[in-house]
Design a protein around this ligand. Sequence first.
Ligand code: XMP
Length: 513
Amino acid sequence: MEHEKILVLDFGGQYNQLIARRVRELNVYCEVHPYTMSLEKIKEYKPKGIIFTGGPNSVYLADSPLIDKAIFDLNIPILGICYGSQLMAHLLGGKVEKAHVSEYGKTEINILGNSKLFDDCHRQTIVWMSHTDYISEAPKDFVITASSANCPVAAMENAAKKLYAVQFHPEVMHSVEGKQMLKNFVTLVCGCVGDWQMANFVKQTIKELKAKIGDGKVLCALSGGVDSSVAAVLLSKAVGKQLTCVFVDHGLLRKNEAQEVEEVFGPQGPYKLNFVKVDASERFYNALKGVTEPERKRKIIGSEFIHVFEDEAKKIGHVDYLVQGTIYPDVIESGLGKSAVIKSHHNVGGLPSVVDFKEIIEPLRLLFKDEVRKVGLELGIPENLVYRQPFPGPGLGIRIIGEVTKEKVRIVQEADAIYREELAKSGVAKNLGQYFAALTNMQSVGVMGDERTYEYAIALRAVNTSDFMTADWARIPFEVMDIISRRIVNEVKGVNRVLYDFTSKPPATIEFE
Ligand code: XMP
């Protein structure tokens, strides 16, 4: 099935994914490709419109990323954003220079004339600027459609050739009418109607998976997280019992989590998956004995996981396909050859080398997280699972500072369960990004009844974040904290103190290790 498509050409901008997400929110399919994509490939791809992203370079310098000018003659609408707008000006005979005053942050622009791009927008509107260069002269067949105090060409266009350029970032939330502007480009200029619907995606993907897999055998590592759960259910709808899901309980899950996963995906659950649960807690605790260094803990948990999975895979015998829950942000990050995001994050990425199989299947590789969630709902996966907050692969292993023991796991599980329960009860949880309890390695003196105690301090963490790269500590009402703190100290044996983490990221990270 051919979708209408928007092509985002990436010039190294930090908001490349955000642009694609905004377009997808309009139900228009969109992919990000490097700016080096050849004209031939672009023509073959048949986009209904192209967006040039921003980027850190200056167009007039020798080695800055450029593009073949012939792209402007393909009769495909183009929107240039920030660097992309300067590139358009530069290549088409305008002038780009270092600005007298660089603009950064929220800026008011004045809309001039009658541009389709600004349909339904106010004549004065706030946008997000972030530039040191600017277009000092528009190319001669362009008209200026917006300006700001320090930026004479905040937007320009050649409507006849469907070429549009904006100096600001409409994709960023701080551009108050940015969504409307992108919508105008995608619908009014490119003529897209919005045929990218998750219900169609589900139908289409199941059909394709059936055709591809035939009667082959498929193996999936199920963590209970959103991505692997959605991938597993999608596969099971396509090939039923040819799929085996292996769920490894490493003993570092949250309270009741293993049961919850089993209830949904196990033999009694609605999906009737071929479900193998491995209780490997003791193996993990043994491997972690005496280990205190965070990265070593991660590595041990990661490699133990692979060993357990390998043992299970051997029992199952040869499989044809291995399922991975890769999603589009991972594809964009690894596909563009830019500075790789280096995570020693434990996920199933290490599995392929140890399992004998023919091919990896990644049914979610074109989806953003919010789309994965929509697919999950389409497939009838319960909401509490679909909207689950991220839980690190090494689990509570990195929420217990220092050595991990069974007893410490119990303490942090119980404290965390109380914390989550009370946040949900008070209605605070729904406004939080990520929240959890961690067990500090600190013991301190307390008094309970008439007794001196010397016990652990639990640290509570809650942050708000849109991308997990930066995060702000959450302002939880003291009354709610009061209830949580009392309950933890009263109900969790081994704890006599509750602390709250008031640090944002940076300088801290979200997790404690
Ligand atoms: P940090 O602590 O780096 O966390 O600010 C950012 C996000 O990543 C998650 N996280 C992990 N996820 N394996 C994972 O799968 C890990 O080792 C890991 N460490 C952190 C964290 O929960 C947060 O959502």
